[in-house]
Design a protein around this ligand. Sequence first.
Ligand code: SAH
Ligand code: SF4
Length: 393
Amino acid sequence: MSAPITQDVLTIPRKLPETGKLNLVGLTRDALRDVLIEAGTPEKQAKMRVNQIWQWIYQWGVRDFSSMTNLAKPYRAMLEEKFSIEIPEIVSRNVSADGTRKYLVRIAGGHEVEVVYIPETDRGTLCISSQVGCTLTCSFCHTGTQKLVRNLTAGEIIGQVMLARDDLGEWPEPGQGTGENGPRLLSNIVLMGMGEPLYNFDNVRDAMKIAMDGEGISLSRRRITLSTSGVVPEIAKTAEEIGCLLAVSFHATTDEVRNKLVPINKRWNIEELLGALRDYPRLSNSERITFEYVMLKDVNDSDEDARRLVKLIRGIPAKINLIPFNEWPGSPYERSDWERIERFADIVHKAGYASPIRTPRGEDIMAACGQLKSATERARKSRKDIEAEAGLG
Ligand code: SAH
Ligand code: SF4
């Protein structure tokens, strides 16, 4: 791609010096209430203080207690002394020719994750990460070549939304509701960045509760999609405890092929996965499960695959999202030809399912699906490990 790409290294000093203070970002309502009471807040007032502090932090993007003007001055001083409001730091930002922004974000310990903002005409989607690296080794995924370094905390997960709003300049004036001035720039969240969100369930849940709370980021649960490679025992919990929309990295129509592409299939196979999806309690025709299907040339893209796919998912309200494979340095697959992808989409569509082909966004800055991997992380799985796990060797 020849259009200009910009990269600017931002050194926004938004992190407080290491103070040893407790960071309030990412605490659940109950946890915040408890620490406020412990700090001397009368129990009767605690609920109201939680509401007020949440609004300042999550609705209006305020990072210093002294600006919280509806709290008494001595109370603000107490908060200042004991607590902090910290989010991860943007190290660099790349802007693609198509407007996609990729942020490299530094979290405590010096680790890095990537966050991608994708503007569209009717929405703006933020793709956030849940882990540094991934324990799984899907053979077509760049993140899968990076060893897991650690789970992100709830504060680091919701902090990605906050730093994107900082960068987009999208915090309303105090007192105003979010979205009162028209559609939001950041209107949707997808947990499709680095990591397997269901292997970091509690932190993902706590962060998404803040995202959905009316006094938090205030996004509808229908604007949040969690993508899993198929951690079957956690799927029902996702419906019960988070209630967001679900996407599943399906990618193959036989266990033999899925074992190679998505090795977690050896633990929970296609049949078990489909069983869990059939039971996903929130299913209705308006709330479909998204089946993600990466199009790999001569691997999973035949007419037969398309027909098997529609047969397998029969009875599940579903949409099939076809993702043309995004290459990365050393990737072992090729993207299916465009005609093949269209033919596949056509078969799925004729069987009655929406089958959009996901246009790759931000490819020129390596921001497309499955291309994320922090360049500075040195911990790599060996090629042998990956090939052995995927049965490619
Ligand atoms: N770990 C979760 C979420 C992150 S991946 C999961 O696997 O679902 C988000 C989506 O991008 C998944 O469907 C994943 O399979 C897909 N993906 C990974 N690598 C890709 C690549 N190189 N090209 C296209 N899609 C890819
Ligand atoms: Fe992990 Fe998802 Fe990549 Fe698989 S596709 S390695 S689960 S991030």
